[in-house]
Design a protein around this ligand. Structure first.
Ligand code: KIV
Ligand code: ZN
Length: 443
């Protein structure tokens, strides 16, 4: 990724990628196997979950939420298989979600027996809407009490598990954080911290979910920044983002949240998750790469990631989905095709000139080099009735080795896009060649 550059910042004292991200990327946690899976019309089978787990490990996730083991036998058994079959690499921590309820917490620790390193993710819902509607006018105090009791039990059981050799990290989510009074969310989190007693060496993760995306991304970022500034013992806390996408701005909210000081990101491949989905980690991670930032995640073979994702979840990646979508490296417009061709030609020259130096990326209309994510620019230019003559010449040259003199471009172009117009669809490279032969035979 060294050929990419930081995107120039406008020098206002505003939010920018933290410098920290250059040396150490955010901590990424995949919630594909939990939040993603719970939102599937047909949840993954154990075999599919295992395949997804291996994929996530291969991409480079060091934290993976593997499920809600106290919620069902399947979830419990999946975690047991990971542990008993020793499938969790040394440097990967599994995370498990649990509601702040005694019997569920106990069952969760049973499922974790023998795990080398685990994050126990405790949550309860905190917003006024949830307190009023879901919990029948529950008082603020009673909600704090649920969090405190849950944390006390997690603290005790974690000590027992640690005595048997497991490393347990505590994560607490005030579910519906982004719709909760900020000072109240802070109060709950600080009461959890008082019980868990985190230190800089043994941090707690405070996950601040936008369970439902109610606000604009800048407001979400302000909430995160406010929280981080007010928090006591900030250096003992990992602030984690968990955005959903109800307003279509989950990616923007996470990016601004990172710029506002968060340390960690939860999300899923291609944004699978409840309703409009969770944060799409592929997009945020590749957006960072395209600004020259390291992320620790490897999407250099995105087509394979997409193939396993689509097969195991039975979801599809939309054609226009950033980076992964079928059409995102395709130009239909003639002027775009011309510019892209010039960009690639120029790049080849620059590369030859630089001989060994890294040439900064710069092809119009393409924010990244498709080859960096295992995609090809072979298919970038397709020809339909909107195409320009440059694009047609490019296809004839690239696909069939006919290097047409510039003087022939207008007439050959006219012949070919007339044909596309007549057929009302895109032409294949072979149809373009045949139409070219026909044109040639008649001149
Ligand atoms: O969206 C959410 O709030 C969640 C929590 C359980 C973390 O998924
Ligand atoms: Zn969620």
């Amino acid at each position: 990724i060294r050929k990419y550059r930081p995107f120039p910042a406008v020098s206002l004292p505003d939010r920018q990628w933290p410098d920290r991200a250059i040396e150490s990327a955010p901590i990424w946690c995949s919630v594909d196997l939990r939040d993603g899976n719970q939102a599937l019309p047909v949840p993954m089978s154990i075999a599919e979950k295992l395949e997804m787990f291996d994929l996530l490990v291969g991409v480079g996730f060091k934290q993976i939420e593997v499920g809600f083991p106290s919620a069902s036998e399947t979830e419990f058994n999946f975690l047991r298989r990971l542990i008993e079959e020793d499938r969790i690499p040394e440097d990967v921590t599994v995370q498990v979600l649990v509601q702040a309820r005694e019997h569920l917490i106990r069952r969760t620790f049973e499922a974790l027996d023998g795990a080398k390193s685990a994050i126990v993710h405790l949550y309860n819902s905190t917003s006024p809407l949830q307190r009023r509607i879901t919990f029948g006018n529950a008082s603020k105090e009673s909600i704090i009490d649920i969090a405190k009791k849950g944390t006390t039990l997690v603290t005790e059981l974690a000590a027992e598990a640690e005595a048997k050799g497991s490393k347990i990290t505590m994560q607490y989510s005030p579910e519906s954080f982004s719709d909760t009074e900020l000072d109240y969310a802070l109060e709950i989190c600080e009461s959890v911290m008082e019980i868990w007693q985190p230190t800089p060496e043994r941090k707690i993760i405070l996950n601040l979910p936008a369970t439902v995306e109610w606000s604009t991304p800048n407001v979400h970022a302000d909430q995160i920044e406010w929280f981080g500034r007010q928090l006591k013992n900030r250096d003992s806390v990992i602030i984690s983002l968990h955005t959903h996408n109800d307003r279509g701005t989950g990616v923007a909210a996470t990016e601004l949240g990172l710029m506002a000081g968060a340390d960690r990101v939860e999300g899923t491949l291609f944004g699978n998750g409840e309703r409009t989905g969770n944060l799409d980690i592929v997009t945020v991670s590749l957006n960072m790469n395209s600004h020259g930032l390291e992320t620790g995640l490897d999407f250099s073979d995105l087509p394979t990631v997409r193939e396993v994702y689509e097969r195991t979840t039975r979801m599809t990646v939309p054609d226009r989905s950033p980076y992964g979508g079928e059409l995102v490296f395709t130009a239909f417009s003639g002027s775009h095709q011309d510019a892209i061709k010039k960009g690639f030609d120029r790049r080849l020259e620059d590369e030859r000139e630089a001989a060994g130096e890294i040439v900064p990326w710069g092809v119009p209309y393409l924010t990244i080099d498709p080859r960096d994510i295992g995609r090809s620019y072979e298919a970038i230019i397709r020809i339909n009735s909107q195409s320009g003559k440059g694009g047609i010449a490019y296809i004839l040259d690239r696909e069939h080795g006919f290097d047409l003199p510039k003087t022939m471009h207008p007439q050959v172009g006219l012949k070919i896009y007339n044909l596309a117009d007549e057929l009302g669809r895109e032409l294949t490279p072979d149809e373009i060649r045949d139409a070219f032969f026909e044109y040639f035979a008649n001149v």
